[in-house]
Write a protein that binds this ligand. Structure first.
Ligand code: G1P
Length: 289
């Protein structure tokens, strides 16, 4: 069965971006002229998922509004002959069927995924953490995972090799064997381990294809690292019951949940844009002269 649904947990508070995130959802911060969330949704759509499920929280209404129609703005743009902008607005609101589910308490990523159970309980589904933005010429990261799922079945998670001093920021996996270059069977995993506890330097990145068998496990899952219900802990249990594969994806990731990652993504996107590239180079040149 095809992976048609993709879940986006978007209830996080964005404290690393305060004060701007006091009023603005962190997923709405701009990457040039599009919000962070738009990149993840476009990736899911181009990976073949056409049903988007967002797990939202308080103060996230701007995400719903962004993907909704805006009749006043559309009329204004149309009446002023700004056809290109008018069409751009229509394209955004027609982009996808999006279902919003409220996560009432911020109990962690595992809990956020559990909130998607009513719509995903009978099928394999994608999960995309929107902070992880992939800017690359390779196939969309989620599609790389779906391809492995279609070939091998089971759950698939995105992996990246990280420097030893960074393992404590991520979920880290233990591999059992490699089935082909960059594709591993996962036997164990641990969320945010200390450097000396980490079973490898292969870190989980924010893309998953999950088995619906994760839901009963999540229901029983006790709080783990940071006092939160962790998806990684539930995946560890799942790996004892069903195959869980890890894929070292091809592409470049920016962690837009941090100021440095967000800024780097903006600079990279501007450098990729023929109209903005010279502006960036000019500023850097003036600064270094
Ligand atoms: C989450 C996951 C973690 C993963 C990371 C990737 O952590 O819990 O396993 O490595 O995303 O970005 P968070 O960044 O929400 O703390």
């Amino acid at each position: 069965m095809k992976v048609k649904k993709c879940v986006f947990p978007v209830a996080g508070l964005g404290t690393r971006f305060l004060p701007v995130t006091k009023e603005l959802a962190k997923e709405m911060l701009p990457l040039v002229n599009r919000p962070i969330i738009s990149y993840g949704v476009e990736e899911a759509l181009s990976s073949g998922c056409d049903e988007i499920v967002m797990i939202t929280g308080r103060a996230k209404k701007s995400i719903e509004d962004y993907f909704d129609r805006s009749f006043e703005l559309e009329e204004l743009l149309k009446s002023r002959g700004k056809t290109e902008l008018y069409e751009m607005m229509l394209k955004i609101s027609n982009m996808a069927d999006i279902l919003f589910i409220r996560q009432r308490e911020p109990l962690g990523l595992g809990h956020a995924v559990l909130c998607a159970e009513p719509v995903c309980k009978n099928e394999f589904f994608g999960v995309a953490l929107p902070d992880d933005v992939f800017i690359n010429k390779d196939a969309p990261i989620l599609s790389q995972l779906i391809k492995v799922h279609e070939k091998l079945g089971g759950t698939v998670i995105a992996l990246e090799e990280v420097a030893p001093e960074k393992v404590s920021r991520y979920g880290i996996v233990q591999t059992q064997f490699s089935i082909e270059n960059g594709i591993y069977k996962i036997s164990d995993m641990i969320e945010k381990p200390k450097n000396e506890e980490a079973p490898s330097n292969l870190a989980i990145m924010g893309r998953y294809v999950l088995s619906p068998s994760i839901f009963p496990i999540l229901k029983e899952q006790k709080a783990g690292a940071g006092g939160e219900i962790q998806l990684t802990d539930a995946l560890k249990t799942l790996a004892d019951q069903e195959p869980v594969w890890g894929v070292v994806y091809k592409g470049r990731r920016f962690d837009c949940g941090t100021q440095t990652g967000w800024l780097s993504a903006n600079i990279q996107l501007a450098l990729n844009d023929p109209e903005l590239r010279d502006v960036v180079l000019e500023v850097v040149k003036n600064e270094t002269e």
